[in-house]
Ligand binder design. Structure first.
Ligand code: CP
Length: 323
């Protein structure tokens, strides 16, 4: 059982005050978020797609890295909860003139921010903000990690769990393979923590040695270097993008060589169970980690992942705000 008193995202009562990482989140908290997301899925089908749970609250999207899915679905989710949403234009903000991250945060708090959704290239940046808010006595302002460096992407992990639960119901009998650039992937870390916390039957990582972290098996996964062998008999395959922007030097001969060994094609996919689902957090690089025939094929649930992401982000923000 995780020590809630030592986990900076939980308060003394074990309630979520920030969402910084899936590592250390108790299974009942993850399940509560997924169950809450289920109740929000229906809101998106209404003619008036709004509930008043965050009315009067201000959510600041602070993205220091590019994003299509995460930033947009957080904005949609906050608006569906009736919050006021402010997208900080980081490139035009005073951070470009040398203002520190925490000075920027203090100024946004002075504008009555209630919640920060933060993406940053530096691992730990959302923790730094949460710790700063605690020090200045503003525990009522919440922080959601929208991806920090190669460390964590907890809402992606949660929406991936939501997707798996939607299609496969129970985790305990599942074989799940996470394939590709595990070393640089915050999504892989969040998915592995979530899958193991939820008691998944078997979690495998598949990739070349140069793209797997040392001692990755200590995370409770088995390690495979051959794609067919790694996905054999799997129920779920999570494909990852090569994170070229986080690689120092050449870890691979070429993208086409990578595709020959690790690209998911209809032929290699046939090694998994016939009803296996194929997931990808996006952005996808077609012809590098995944063939278009698979990405657009009947087993792909890549676009439903995006749709579920709205409900999951609504759930996270609503729970943080105390609903
Ligand atoms: N999955 C994900 O984080 O995508 P974006 O970078 O587009 O937000």
């Amino acid at each position: 059982m995780p020590d809630r008193a030592r986990n900076p995202q939980l308060n003394a009562n074990g309630e979520l005050t920030h969402l910084l990482s899936i590592d250390g989140l108790p299974p009942d908290v993850i399940t509560h978020i997924l169950n809450t997301a289920s109740s929000f899925l229906e809101v998106s089908d209404r003619e008036v797609k709004k509930v008043p749970l965050l009315r009067g609250k201000s959510v600041f999207n602070v993205f220091f890295e590019n994003s299509t899915r995460t930033r947009t679905t957080f904005e949609i989710a906050a608006k569906r909860l009736s919050a006021d949403v402010i997208n900080l234009d980081v490139a035009r903000s005073s951070t470009a003139k040398g203002e520190t991250l925490l000075d920027t945060v203090d100024n946004l708090v002075a504008m009555h921010a209630d919640m920060f959704v933060v993406r940053h290239a530096a691992s730990g940046a959302p923790y730094l903000i949460a710790e700063h808010l605690r020090r200045v006595g503003r525990d009522d302002v919440h922080v959601v990690n929208a991806g920090d460096g190669r460390h964590a992407h907890p809402t992606q992990g949660l929406l991936d769990m939501y997707t798996i639960r939607h299609y496969k119901k129970d985790f305990t009998h599942l074989k799940v393979a996470v394939v590709g650039d595990i070393l640089h992937s915050r999504v892989a870390r969040s998915d592995i923590h979530a899958l193991t916390t939820l008691g998944t039957g078997e979690v495998r990582v598949v990739g070349p040695k140069t793209l797997l972290p040392a001692l990755v098996e200590k995370m409770g996964v088995s390690v495979h270097h051959d794609l067919r062998e790694g996905i054999e008999g799997c129920d779920v395959i999570i494909m990852l993008r090569l994170q070229n922007e986080r690689m120092n030097g050449a870890l691979l001969p070429s993208a086409s060589e990578y595709f020959r060994s690790y690209g998911l094609t209809p032929e290699t996919l046939s090694a998994a169970k016939p009803d296996a689902i194929v997931m990808h957090p996006g952005p996808m690089n077609r012809g590098v980690e995944i063939d278009s025939e698979v990405a657009d094929g009947p087993q792909a649930v890549i676009l439903p992942q995006v749709t579920f992401g709205i409900a999951v982000r609504m759930a996270v923000m609503s729970i943080l705000a105390g609903n």
